[in-house]
Ligand binder design. Sequence first.
Ligand SMILES: Nc1ncnc2c1ncn2[C@@H]1O[C@H](COP(=O)(O)OP(=O)(O)OP(=O)(O)O)[C@@H](O)[C@H]1O
Length: 336
Amino acid sequence: MFSFIRSSNASFAIDLGTNNTLVYQPHKGIILEEPTSIAFDSKRRSFFECGESSKRMVGKNPKNIEIMQPLSKGAISNLTVAKAYIKEVIARISRKNFLKPHIVVSVPSDLNVMERNAVIEAGREGGAKSVQLIKDPLAAALGSHHAVEKPQGVLVLDVGAGVSDISLLSLGGIVMSKSLRMAGNDIDEAIIEYFKASKRVLISPLDAERIKHELGNLFKEEEKVLNVSVKNLITRLPETFYVSSLDVHQAILPIADKIVRLTHSMLSELPPVFAQDIYDRGIVLTGGSSMLKGLDAYLSSKLEIAVNPVENPLHNIILGAGRVIEEERYGSLLGA
Ligand SMILES: Nc1ncnc2c1ncn2[C@@H]1O[C@H](COP(=O)(O)OP(=O)(O)OP(=O)(O)O)[C@@H](O)[C@H]1O
């Protein structure tokens, strides 16, 4: 299975997320962490900047330059853009290596065959010698040092940017999983919509994310405010607006409740043989959006189960995928 690790071609693990891409090189660690975005110049008909430098152009780009995201809600939404993006990532990571690399890409557990094939095609045409896939929940559990290979249940809730996924793992595989194509980006969107409808102001996506990070809290606390530049939808003019954490709380609750319902539906369908394990150990909470203040306590209070956030929610999938290429015993977790 793991012949490629010993071959002369380099191997890399890639966490290709809706918002963030991370790359792990065996025995070096994380060597790239960037936004999953690429800029396209329609005048020259070519892609040029990718990652952080393309994200910085958002909102400041002339008409001929489009900032594109190859993924939407965890899956490749535009194959041409995805190929160009992966090609750029591979060019960067294997700059000093003339051989095509082997790559292991972590993907959401609910991708269908076409979506998985799109990742493999994008990887191969992007310049990889071979492409293998690992499912995000398995990588996340390994990255946070849970023993996925044992005959015991581990329940992982991953709330990323585009997808919320809850999976029950045992004996190195996924026993069952449920997902919702809704996560951190939808929280940003909910903030924008709330302020549009109730305050008649338009907030930019970047500010909505900043507001979420700084003021988002699923429990009502003492009011905090943040000064944000907005467009007044009545006067059509820009202005400075004070965003209140109490409004942000109202805006984000509906999405959190959808994540509660997803988790509840998984708990209610747990095979009895795993119920004891899960109620003893609780739910492993990961993904960037697990850092939304109060999410662990909110889930725990609504579902009456322990919810344990991982230490490194933005990195544990890539660290787990990295372990798979470093430790031969995990080779069986890979698939196509
Ligand atoms: N402190 C924070 N509070 C709330 N949300 C946060 C915080 N830090 C990061 N996030 C959110 O985490 C999300 C990114 O998480 P992550 O990198 O796990 O997603 P992804 O892998 O790109 O997406 P997906 O797994 O859904 O394809 C973004 O929506 C971001 O706003």
